[in-house]
Design a protein around this ligand. Structure first.
Ligand SMILES: *[C@@H]1O[C@H](CO)[C@@H](O)[C@H](O)[C@H]1NC(C)=O
Ligand SMILES: *[C@@H]1O[C@H](CO)[C@@H](O)[C@H](O)[C@H]1NC(C)=O
Ligand SMILES: *[C@@H]1O[C@H](CO)[C@@H](O)[C@H](O)[C@H]1NC(C)=O
Length: 829
């Protein structure tokens, strides 16, 4: 499963795929580095390695470089196709003797060694700013990234001068193996506001009537937005991320795209990222017919696939086409229009060799090694052979075991279902009925209760003793309210049952706590005092929700106000930053009551790792809750700004966080959660976006993630109403609506994973929301098909074990926060 996460995919690949490819590390052999010329033997091409001081300190061409001559180049052969996202250059320093460097340079690349393409940035500019002195390394992102085997650096000057260079390429191996795609040119759409250009603006092949022999926007790792008129890329025209066509130009009703690969591959899937903004007559394709060519013949029977045409959800999505293990070196697909327009932003291919080939996965230390390509092929063949033998043996054993244990298994299943029922987890919502192919038991006499409401689906076949309607409690009030069918009488509503649920006014699901605890709390008075509203100065809006907003404010005199009771994280006389949660004055009575309840609960939470409620303004409207805020913002943004300690960070001068400090922060989150769980509080939305960072890596857990636009992508919206952080949620929370400390433990595992990946990508970033929910189904079925988050590069086995234990299917087998905290403390010692 690891391969799934490292295969080159949309939207994150440029962030993830940034490994040095071996100039400085030495994995690129001397004979693979060549040049147009050399000044002397001691400045030959092989000395053009970044950070090397051998020879005379760099590659230098024979003659001075003249403006506009472009004769000189340093060439690197990577031996196989690579996805290159970043380049680094350096001049010749040679311990102070040298002072030659390239102020500017261009890049040319080639996939086959014969056709060379000049790289241009997204604005069409070829020249890249290089070095300003002989010793500093300058790194440049390649936007768009390059897919190539050969790369040439060509120094450019504005006056005749001596130039020397040392270089490095950063990226990863291109596992798709795609060498080119040929497609009709993208078209232009006229909207009243502005024309939308749907051409492939970074295509590197020939564009005449159609596009041939190139790669471009469909492989640049950038997915288009839901609204195709907007773009991720700054300062370009509407429609930039997409290549699109209208059915007017295609009487046949389809657009044909031909894909050529580096060699014959065994294809598993093709993923096509499509726009689906049907309000503008754009839809994903209605049908795709693919022809396969291996050797020189086209296979007689094409493969056809018809995705469900989605007229409900306008978001752009990956449509996955199962290529059913066809062997091919070229694939020709006809995409049929479902509406007047069809727009694609990315197409990726998954093939068997991508699965066996692990060179993309960086080793824990040092840069990845590159094998000779011929060895690699042999190697993977042997592995396939061994794999097949092992698989056959395994299948035989499995069959025997299955036969022997079938009866025992059935009994166990029955028992399990009863245990689940005892936990009152009996009904579940089918969010997408096609995603959940649960095993319905037709013989069991289903209760009319369930049948009457088509949105509810049973998970387990129920035995005759377990049909009492009163025991079937729907634990998902959000869902219940959003369905047409009224909730049946006699079924206790969530809030009236054993749990008090506080839907925070800003839209966040705050802590859910047992009613018993709530009673205890309500016996006491609110333990926070009224703060003079006029001493708050608005700084910025942190987020907003249905009934309120969260503001970042300066609070004058807060230190004196709190007296000795609380020590702030700021120096003397510095303003104190606070978050102010504010209820809109037009909020209804329920929202007001919830707000006051939330104050009561929050005022009882006193722990160094939980955000403190400092004061309130409830004497007049709007009602406010004033909580601590920490100077470094939330952990997600904090880590995104930082890099792990190591070579790349050194090169790019980025601020770093050491592994020990990561552990220290994780330990504090565990400690805060230990405190919450000791009070039987369930957080429900633990994630790095909800942890604030103070001085010296102190962490406090907060709860306003959901109200913030910045993170809206982390939440899954169901029928436009309930929003759920599904990528952090346990299977039982998603499927059964059950939130417990054990589901907080699950979310902690995901939070720990985010921390160790420096929040560089969303959990399961390669899966769509629907696929995440599908995966949840696999966790539930537990047939070893579930996908776990992969072990982060920085993460030692001991820590990954903790994560995996948080994601155990059985809630009772997950560790407690006490245990997690202890284990983290020990791992630091
Ligand atoms: C795509 O369209 C834009 C806007 O008209 C144009 O500037 C650009 O040159 C076009 N690119 C190609 C490759 O045709
Ligand atoms: C392609 O791969 C699948 C799964 O790995 C395997 O079952 C199948 O035999 C392969 N096909 C060929 C022609 O090698
Ligand atoms: C293009 O698609 C639209 C919407 O489905 C349809 O009304 C129109 O007839 C189609 N035009 C052609 C030329 O097929």
């Amino acid at each position: 499963f690891v391969c799934l996460f490292i295969s080159v995919e949309c939207c994150c690949v440029s962030d993830v795929c940034r490994y040095p490819l071996g100039m400085s590390g030495g994995q690129i052999q001397d004979e693979d580095i060549s040049a147009s010329s050399q000044w002397s033997e001691s400045t030959a091409a092989r000395y053009g390695r970044l950070d090397f001081e051998e020879g005379d300190g760099a590659w230098c061409p024979e003659i001075t470089v003249e403006p506009d001559s472009l004769k000189e180049f340093l060439q690197i052969d990577l031996r196989s196709l690579h996805f290159i996202t970043l380049v680094g250059t350096q001049g010749r320093h040679a311990g102070g003797i040298g002072n030659e460097f390239a102020q500017m340079y261009k890049i040319k690349y080639s996939r086959d060694g014969s056709r060379w393409i000049s790289w241009r940035n997204r604005q069409g500019k070829q020249v890249i700013e290089g070095n300003r002195n002989a010793y500093d390394i300058v790194l440049k992102d390649l936007e768009p990234p390059i897919i190539a085997r050969f790369v040439r650096f060509m120094p450019v000057t504005d006056h005749s001068m001596n130039v020397c260079m040392r270089v490095e390429l950063y990226g990863c191996e291109w596992l798709d193996g795609l060498v080119s795609y040929n497609a009709p040119t993208g078209e232009q759409m006229s909207l009243p506001s502005a024309p939308v250009y749907l051409n492939d603006s970074v295509y590197d092949g020939a564009v005449i009537h159609s596009m041939t022999e190139g790669l471009g926007q469909l492989t640049d790792g950038v997915c288009g937005l839901d609204d195709f008129t907007h773009s991720h890329v700054y300062n370009v025209w509407p429609g930039y991320d997409y290549v699109g066509w209208t059915n007017e130009s295609f009487p046949s009703g389809y657009v044909e795209i031909m894909f050529e690969f580096d060699r014959t591959r065994n294809f598993t899937t093709m993923k096509v990222h499509c726009n689906n903004m049907f309000s503008r007559h754009v839809k994903a394709f209605r049908q795709v017919v693919c022809h396969f060519r291996s050797e020189s013949d086209w296979e007689a029977t094409p493969l056809s696939f018809s995705p469900v045409v989605d007229e409900k959800n306008p978001s752009a999505r990956f449509v996955t086409v199962n290529l059913a293990n066809h062997m091919a070196s070229a694939i020709k697909c006809q995409f049929y229009f479902a509406d007047a327009w069809m727009m694609f932003s990315e197409i990726t291919f998954q093939s068997d060799t991508a699965m066996y080939n692990t060179t993309l996965a960086p080793p824990k230390t040092g840069p990845p090694t590159r094998d000779d390509p011929t060895h690699k092929v042999d190697d993977s063949n042997t592995r396939i052979l061994i794999g097949c033998l092992v698989a056959i043996i395994f299948i035989l054993v499995a069959i025997i075991v299955i036969i022997l244990w079938r009866q025992v298994w059935q009994k166990m299943l029955e028992k399990a279902s009863r245990r689940m029922l005892d936990d009152e987890l009996t009904a579940s919502l089918s969010i997408q009925s096609e995603t959940f192919a649960y095993n319905h038991n037709n013989q069991s006499t289903a209760t009319s209760e369930l049948e009457s409401s088509s949105t509810y689906e049973r998970i387990f076949p129920l035995g005759p003793d377990y049909q009492e309607p009163s025991r079937l409690i729907c634990k998902l009030p959000e869902f219940a309210q959003s369905t047409e069918e009224p909730v049946q009488d006699g079924v206790p509503h969530y809030a009236e049952a054993d749990i008090v649920n506080l839907q925070g006014v800003t839209g966040s699901n705050t802590y859910a706590i047992p009613a018993v605890t709530m009673d205890l709390l309500s016996g006491k008075d609110v333990a926070v005092e009224e703060f003079p509203r006029k001493l708050l100065t608005f700084k910025e809006k942190l987020g907003e929700g249905q009934f309120g907003e969260v503001h970042l404010c300066e609070a004058e005199g807060m230190q004196e106000f709190m007296k000795k009771e609380f020590s702030f994280d700021v120096g003397e006389n510095q303003p104190v930053l606070v978050a102010v949660k504010m209820l809109r004055s037009d909020a209804n009575k329920n929202a007001r009551n919830d707000f006051l309840k939330e104050i009561k609960i929050m005022s009882r939470l006193k722990d160094p790792n939980i955000i403190r409620l400092l004061a309130v303004c409830i004497y007049s409207d709007p009602l406010c809750m004033i909580t601590e805020y920490m100077e470094n913002g939330d952990l997600n943004q904090f880590l995104s700004r930082h890099e792990p300690e190591g070579q790349l960070a050194l090169l790019s001068n980025a601020p770093t966080v050491s592994y020990n400090n990561l552990c220290y922060m994780a330990t504090q989150i565990a400690s805060g959660m230990k405190y919450l769980s000791s009070l039987n509080f369930v957080h429900r939305d633990l994630a790095t976006r909800n942890c604030l960072v103070g001085k010296n890596y102190t962490i406090k857990i907060a709860d306003f993630g959901m109200s913030r636009n910045l993170y809206s992508g982390d939440y899954y919206r169901i029928q436009g109403r309930a929003v759920l952080p599904i990528r952090w949620m346990s299977w039982e929370s998603i499927l059964l609506g059950k939130f417990t400390t054990a589901s907080d433990v699950w979310a902690f595992g995901v939070t720990l994973w985010e921390t160790l990946t420096f929040c560089k990508e969303q959990p399961y970033s390669q899966l769509t929301d629907e696929q995440v929910i599908e995966n949840t189904g696999e966790f539930f079925r537990d047939q070893k098909r579930q996908i776990y988050l992969p072990q982060p590069v920085l993460c030692p086995d001991s820590l990954y074990k903790i994560m995996l234990s948080c994601w155990r299917r059985n809630t009772k087998e997950r560790p407690s926060f006490q245990e997690i905290h202890q284990a983290l403390l020990e791992s630091q010692a």
